[in-house]
Structures are given as structure tokens and as C-alpha cells.
Design a protein around this ligand. Structure first.
Ligand code: ATP
Length: 664
């Protein structure tokens, strides 16, 4: 989607106040998107627009040089040569006209003018060759510059703290900055044009200055209205884009939902499509209003700019006429002046257009720059304290944690110990804080207060790359990569070769070998419906693939969050057996589950409620009325009763044995 078409699908409202919210049909709401951060970023962007052109060109030059130094040198050399050729050509044209308009017979005049004529022709050939070389090199440079810019921001974003990824303001910046890489590509091309036009203009201006001092200021006067008009419109477009980027996201989201594979069945059975389409349409209609507003602003700006430029052109040619009329300028000089003014005016128009383009693109490149700075600021720090080779225990000390924007803590002064080589189960109601605990345990989140200690080293001070390296995790929502089964198992340790032996061993361990065997191309089957040869597997089968991934990854700590929710009873039993076997092999395991019977074999059970540890101990101790507080026992018995509950008495069939309806 281009920026223009994206804006076209975006919704619009009248003003950018922070409190305003766009209400889609009274059901779906999206924030207007102008938070405190956003205002600051917008100001930054507009400052970039007002900023100096050399700085913006320097950004493109740095990018181009990094992308392909040789192509960059070719562009620079070609453009400089072309500019010099153009300047010399104008001087040669002047000499040519002087010879042609001199008194004497025509043959003599032509002979005298011949060297200048040849020079003009040679310079034209040089100019043309330079233009071809420059455009070829620019074509090579542009995609490379885009790649360099994209790689830079993707690399930085992939390293930010989880908190940034969940922050809507950061997301908005990512959306806006995504256009920045595309803009960086275009900026390289536009900058080349700026340099070309500037050199042409300098050549024309030099000649005009020599011809008569008044001609140059007049030529410059012609440039002003165009510059004002183009800059004004670029500013309007940029503000408009920032105002609606949030809605562009919403429109994109709805569009994606309509074609989403997982949502497809529900969209049809529940008839969701008209609802989604209605909101999509509403956004497009409000966007049309914004487009109309922009068009009118554009029309008004162009009328004013064109009128001013017309007056300036009239003044320029009028001045030239006057100089000719009162004899202060010869005919040959006037002819050269007309050529120089025409070339200069064309260069100015081109220059103004391209400068505006550069500045407009620079705004998005500035967003990209801001994103890179913000991503670097919010990156998971590299380095830190080393973990001991053997971590004897992981300890939570009075750990509290509140999600940004939440009113209540999700974990409150949690104390907990996970001894090496043991299986520790964490149980509790929905929303009691189990998954949050896992996030702090694995180091993807840091506590607000208290410490999570890995062998005495707190995760806040540790080299977190070392913490991550020791964790294998099968989260509830582990990612289903749209790649082959082999990659889905091996991606947990992607630096290690994904050979048949190691991948199959991991698959066998998790029971995923049966899944793989049924796939048409075995491990190399693509697990992505909607692509050629793509396969779909069931939720339970995915869970086995997820477990195989954790097995292949290895690591000292295995965290399994609801590992069996989608498994059949036999597979569930097998998974728990495997988990206990793993624990027996010296690997520490943290098991989060609602299936309380499965924690029987755990060495320790922690019970969470409302973000607090309300009870802990061995299974037997928690079940014993003499030692347990009863919280766990109650939960366990409630679950057990569901299996023991007597069946619902059978209802009498309304039909008799012959299939006839019974009389009431
Ligand atoms: N990313 C998040 N941002 C804000 N709040 C969150 C986030 N994740 C969880 N919470 C909140 O933190 C609390 C604990 O959630 P958590 O997911 O840790 O519970 P849980 O015990 O794992 O629940 P379940 O058994 O349903 O998986 C809940 O109130 C939840 O709404």
C-alpha cells in the first residue's frame, strides 16, 4: 500500500485533540493517535522539514555510500561532469551566437563559428553519457539504500524490551517509520536530481551574472512562489498523515481480519463480514472528506503560487526587453540570456520540486531515525554480569510487577525458589499471575521491585543474553511459524544445523514424529495453509511441535506453560511423563498448568492468587489438612469432583421403538 492509498483508506476527523476518539459505529474505537509522545515526534518531523537541505542530502549521501560505494561514486562523478559540461556549453553557445551575428559574409561567419559548434555537440554527447551512467547507478543504489535502512531498523526493533513492543506509541512510530525505508530509497534518487538541478542552475546563474547583474535576482524571484507552494503542501500532507496513521493501522487490521485464515470460519458462521465491511467503509468515507479538504488547500495554494510566478516571469522578460531596447545589451548576449534564463528556470522548477520531495521524504526518514533512536534507547542492554556456570537455584525475592498502564500489580511481593534439577509447578486461577511470573523468570520482563536471582545474579544486572540462552520455553501462545516442520522444530536454536538426526530426535521425544510422518513431505512440509503445498495441522499437533522445539533448543531451564491444553488424554499423559523424565535428567522444569492431577509428581507446588503466593509445598503437604492451608486442596477436589459427578439422567425419547412420535 502506498502512503497515498493508505491515507485514502484512513479515517478522518475534524481536529487533532488528544481527547478525541474516532468512534466506528459506536462499537469499535481507536485512539485518535496524538499522545504526548506523538506531538513531540511530529514537532521533530516538522523541524526536520524546516531543517537545512544540506543536512538532509547528507543523510542520503551517507546511506548511499554505505549501500554501494562504487555506484555512489559513479553518480557523483557523472553529475559533476554533467554540470560542468552544461556550464561550458552555455559559454560556447554565447561564442557561437557572437560569431554568427557578427558583420561579414555568411561563409566566413559559419567558419568562425564552427569550433564553438563542434564544442557544443561534444559537450551534448558528454552530458548525455553522464546522464545515462548516473541514472543506471541511481537505479542500482536506490533498492540497496532501502535494504540498508530496513535492515537497520528491523535489527534494532527486534532487540527492544517486550514493554516497548506492547506500547501503542512505539507501535505507531513503527508504522510511520516503515514508510521511512521506502522514503530513504526515493530520497537517494531525489537527491541526485537536486544535485543535478543545482549544478545546472549554478551554470546558468554564472552565465547570467556575467551577462548582466540584474538578471540573476530576477531569475531567483521566479523560484520563490514555487518553493512556497510546494513546501506548504508537503507540510499539509505530512500533518495529515500523522493525524491518521492510527486509523490506517485500524483499516489495515480490519482488511487483514477479513482475509484471515483463523477467522475465516467464524466470519462465515457468525456473519461477521458485513460488520467489518461497514466499519471499513465508514473509514474510507471519512477519509474521502479529508482528501477533499487537502485537495481544496492544494488548489488555493497553487493559484496563489502560480499568480506570483507569472508576475515574476513577466518582470524577468520585461527587464531583458528593456535592456535590449535602450542598447545596454547586444542581440547575441540577449539570445544567450534567453537560453540561460530558460535553462535556469527549468532547473529552478526541477530543483524546487525535488527539494520539496527530499524534504517530504526526509520527514519520514526522520521518523525512521527517531524509531532507531527510540529502539536503541529501549533495547535490552547488551552485556552485564555473567551468570555462574551452574545455577543452583533461581530465587524470587519480594518481586512485584505492574504492567504499564495497569492499576493493580500482577505480581505482589512474590517469594519463590526453583532448585536446580527439580520440577516446580505453578498453579492458580485465570489471571492470578502465572504467565507474568514466567516472563520475569525468563528475563523478558524485569521486576519493578524485588529481585529475580539466577544463582545470586539478578536479572536486572545480568547479561540477559546469557539468561535467555539457558531457557527453553513452550508458552501458551508459542509462535506457529509459517515455515516447514523442520524449521518449526529447529528455530529455537537456529544457529545449530537443522539436520535430520537432531530434529527427528527432538520430534520423537515430544511425540511430534507421528505428526511429521503423516505430512506429505515429512519434515520438509510447509506448515502454512494458503501457500503452495502448505499444510494445516491441529492445535494438539502444533503443541507437540512446540514441545519438540523446546526439546531441540535444550537449555538448563524448561518452562512449559499449559503444555497439554490441546492434547488428547493419551498424549497428555505422555507429555507429563516426558516432562518428569526431563526433570530426572537434571534439567530444571517449571510447569504451569490447570490440570492439577499432573502436578502430583512435581517436587514443589506454588499456588498463586491475585498475584500473591498463597500457598506452597509438596503435593502431599498441600493435600494434607494438617499441613496445607486448604487453598490447593479445595481447587484439586473441585476439579476431581467434575469426573466423579454422576451422569445426567437420560431423558425419555419423544419417539417410540418404531420411530413414531409418542403421544403426550
Ligand atoms: N501484557 C499485559 N499487559 C497488561 N496486563 C497484562 C498483560 N498480561 C497479563 N496482564 C494482566 O496481568 C494479570 C495476570 O495475568 P497472567 O497472564 O499472568 O495470568 P495467568 O495466571 O497466566 O492467567 P491464565 O491462567 O488465564 O493464563 C491479569 O490481570 C492480566 O490481565
Amino acid at each position: 500500500m502506498t502512503r497515498t492509498s493508505a491515507t485514502a483508506t484512513a479515517a478522518a476527523t475534524d481536529g487533532p485533540s488528544a481527547s478525541e476518539r474516532l468512534l466506528f459505529g459506536g462499537e469499535l474505537t481507536y485512539d485518535h493517535g496524538w499522545g504526548a509522545h506523538d506531538g513531540a515526534w511530529l514537532k521533530l518531523g516538522l523541524r526536520a522539514m524546516a531543517g537545512s537541505l544540506p543536512r538532509q542530502v547528507a543523510v542520503a549521501v551517507r546511506l548511499a555510500r554505505e549501500a554501494d560505494p562504487r555506484a555512489f561514486a559513479t553518480v557523483a562523478l557523472s553529475e559533476i561532469t554533467r554540470g560542468v559540461a552544461q556550464a561550458v556549453s552555455l559559454v560556447a553557445v554565447n561564442a557561437l551566437l557572437v560569431e554568427l551575428l557578427a558583420p561579414g559574409d555568411i561563409t566566413g561567419r559559419l567558419r568562425a563559428a564552427l569550433p564553438s559548434l563542434v564544442l557544443v555537440a561534444v559537450l551534448a554527447v558528454i552530458g548525455s553519457a553522464c546522464r545515462s551512467a548516473s541514472s543506471a547507478a541511481t537505479g542500482i543504489l536506490e533498492p540497496k539504500a532501502q535494504r540498508v535502512a530496513t535492515e537497520r531498523y528491523l535489527g534494532l526493533v527486534a532487540r527492544v524490551e517486550l514493554e516497548a513492543i506492547e506500547d501503542d506509541a512505539f507501535h505507531k512510530l513503527m508504522d510511520s517509520a516503515q514508510w521511512g525505508a521506502d522514503s530513504a530509497r526515493r530520497m537517494v534518487g531525489y537527491c541526485t536530481s537536486v544535485v543535478t538541478s543545482a549544478i545546472s542552475l549554478v551554470a546558468a546563474a554564472g552565465v547570467l551574472t556575467v551577462l548582466h547583474p540584474v538578471l540573476l535576482p530576477l531569475l531567483m524571484l521566479m523560484a520563490l512562489p514555487n518553493a512556497w507552494g510546494s513546501l506548504t503542501m508537503a507540510r499539509h500532507r505530512y500533518i495529515s498523515w500523522h493525524r491518521f496513521v492510527q486509523h490506517v493501522r485500524a483499516a489495515k487490521l480490519i482488511g487483514q481480519l477479513l482475509i484471515n485464515q483463523q477467522a475465516a470460519a467464524e466470519i462465515r458462521v457468525h456473519g461477521v463480514a458485513p460488520f467489518l465491511l461497514r466499519h471499513f467503509r465508514r473509514m474510507a468515507e471519512t477519509s474521502e472528506r479529508e482528501q477533499t479538504r487537502l485537495s481544496w488547500t492544494g488548489a488555493r495554494t497553487h493559484v496563489v503560487a502560480d499568480a506570483a510566478r507569472g508576475a515574476a516571469t513577466l518582470a524577468t522578460y520585461g527587464a531583458l526587453g528593456l535592456l535590449l531596447w535602450d542598447g545596454r545589451m547586444g542581440l547575441a548576449v540577449a539570445g544567450t540570456a534567453v537560453l540561460a534564463i530558460r535553462s535556469g528556470a527549468a532547473s529552478i522548477t526541477d530543483l524546487v520540486l525535488r527539494v520539496t520531495d527530499v524534504q517530504e521524504e526526509a520527514l519520514f526518514v526522520a521518523d525512521l531515525q527517531t524509531l532507531c533512536e527510540e529502539a536503541a534507547r529501549r533495547a535490552i542492554p547488551s552485556g552485564g554480569r555473567d551468570l555462574p556456570d551452574t545455577v543452583d537455584e533461581i530465587r524470587f525475592e519480594k518481586v512485584s510487577f505492574t504492567y504499564p498502564g495497569a492499576d493493580t500489580p500482577s505480581l505482589h511481593e512474590v517469594d519463590l525458589v526453583i532448585p536446580r534439577g527439580r520440577t516446580v509447578a505453578v498453579v492458580g486461577r485465570n489471571g492470578s499471575g502465572k504467565s507474568t511470573l514466567v516472563r520475569l523468570l525468563s528475563g523478558v520482563r524485569l521486576p519493578d521491585s524485588g529481585r529475580v536471582l539466577w544463582g545470586g545474579v539478578s536479572t536486572a544486572e545480568a547479561d540477559r543474553a546469557q539468561v535467555f540462552d539457558r531457557v527453553a520455553m513452550v508458552a501458551q501462545d508459542f509462535y506457529r511459524w509459517p515455515f516447514t516442520a523442520r524449521v518449526n522444530i529447529g528455530i529455537g536454536r537456529s544457529a545449530v544445523p537443522m539436520d535430520d538426526v537432531s530434529i527427528t530426535a527432538a520430534a520423537v521425544h515430544a511425540g511430534a514424529d507421528e505428526v511429521v510422518e503423516k505430512l506429505p513431505r515429512g519434515l520438509d512440509s510447509l506448515l502454512a495453509r494458503g501457500y503452495k503445498g502448505g499444510q494445516e495441522i491441529s492445535g494438539g499437533q502444533w503443541q507437540k511441535i512446540g514441545l519438540a522445539r523446546a526439546r531441540h533448543r535444550g537449555g538448563a531451564l524448561l518452562i512449559v506453560d499449559e503444555p497439554t491444553s490441546a492434547l488428547d488424554p493419551a498424549a497428555e499423559q505422555r507429555v507429563f511423563d516426558q516432562i518428569h523424565r526431563l526433570a530426572g535428567s537434571g534439567r530444571t522444569t517449571v510447569l504451569i498448568t490447570h490440570r492439577l492431577h499432573s502436578v502430583r509428581n512435581a517436587d514443589l507446588v506454588y499456588v498463586l492468587d491475585g498475584g500473591r503466593v498463597v500457598e506452597h509445598g509438596t503435593f502431599d503437604a498441600l493435600m494434607d489438612p494438617a499441613t496445607g492451608t486448604g487453598v490447593f486442596r479445595e481447587m484439586y477436589e473441585l476439579q476431581a469432583r467434575q469426573f466423579l459427578r454422576p451422569g445426567v439422567p437420560a431423558q425419555a425419547s419423544p419417539f417410540d421403538a418404531a420411530g413414531e412420535e409418542r403421544s403426550p
